[in-house]
Design a binder for this molecule. Sequence first.
Ligand SMILES: *Cc1c(COP(=O)(O)O)cnc(C)c1O
Length: 425
Amino acid sequence: MSTTLGDPKENRGPPGSLLLKDIITLRPGQSAREVVLKKIQELSDSDHRDPFMVTDLGVLASRHQAFCQALPRVSPFYAVKCNSSPWVLRVLATLGTGFDCASQVELEQVLGLGVAPSRIIYAHPCKPVSSIRYAACLGVQLLTFDSEEELTKVAQHHPGARLVLRLWTEDSKSICPLSTKFGARLEMCEHLLQSAQDLGLAVVGVSFHVGSGCQTPHDFTKAITDCHRVFEMGRGVGHDMSLLDIGGGFPGMEGSEPEFEEMARAINAALAQDFPEGTGVEVIAEPGSFYAASVCMAAVNIIAKKAVLEPGGHQKLLYYLNEGHYGSFRHVIRDLVPRMPIVVKKLSSKLPLFPCTLYGPTCDAMDKLFKEEVLLPELDVGDWLIFPSMGAYSSVMSSTFNGFLPASIYYTIGPELRSLLEAAP
Ligand SMILES: *Cc1c(COP(=O)(O)O)cnc(C)c1O
């Protein structure tokens, strides 16, 4: 068992190329945070203070446990787009989750891990014909739809599909609303269910997504009640309705546990009322952020700095970091409250704080981490900042714009989970 950090280039190969031996096994009592600090120390002895991330696979396993505990009737189908790292997917496949895929490459990635097609939902309501055919060939049967045009394509290219109608939901209070793009209005559902029946297609269930970063449990309960109505419509038209999919939107940042617990209680109550146990309805969800957000930390270096004097003599600081909006921070700009980085350098707590703008490394002025300024002490070029909860919609959105390469990713794992992976087929 080695705790050396290996060559970051190894982490940049094709998906799945990283071997279990390259994953850092944590000693008893050792945390991923210590691994980050050790790596920072190693890099600080050289000129290469490149940004990096550390993904703690043990945290992923505990998120799975927390999800299943809070929502015992709901089977999670992890949303691959949130963090599609081969190791994240491999751990979840071993733990037995299902998967929500939204493209052919995501389907290939999950099927390539040996996951049974029955544990996959192809949850994009607007699919290219070629990908519908691919799903049909590989035996992925659960497909979502929200329009008549999609039904026409499915009837022609995947007539054996088990369709799930994606319902429109109120999500204006979510951080990333989705309902302008996806979801059929309740008034349209009966017509769509009838069209499917006329085309000889089987609709088996209803899904919704309250928007990522849902702010109110009421959005879930309202949507579950609407789904109940669509179940009745579907049965009225002759469909065998048996699957309820409550989507994603569960909060994932560290510290959001109280909100999640509250949401879970509201969901359990709504399920008990509208879909009581014993009525033969299987309930699934498509959590992304809830699983992935807190598994990853990003370590970023200050590569340049400017002090500016505001009118009135107030000092502001501009920090230029080697990772930014076009790297793993693209999603962070949507945070309602800027997340506070951890300053690695030991500083007196009495130091004054300054309003600081955190810029990314590219030549684009839009390339900053947060819309607002954050309060930080005066730091120096070469200093490190650590951002926790960076596992969701981060590396998956990294680009190489302006020639800045995506941050290297290291993985840590505890001995028990490691043994479980070693024993997996
Ligand atoms: C993005 C997405 C998810 C995951 O959403 P989170 O808010 O990250 O949990 C689930 N289902 C669908 C259809 C999505 O588009």
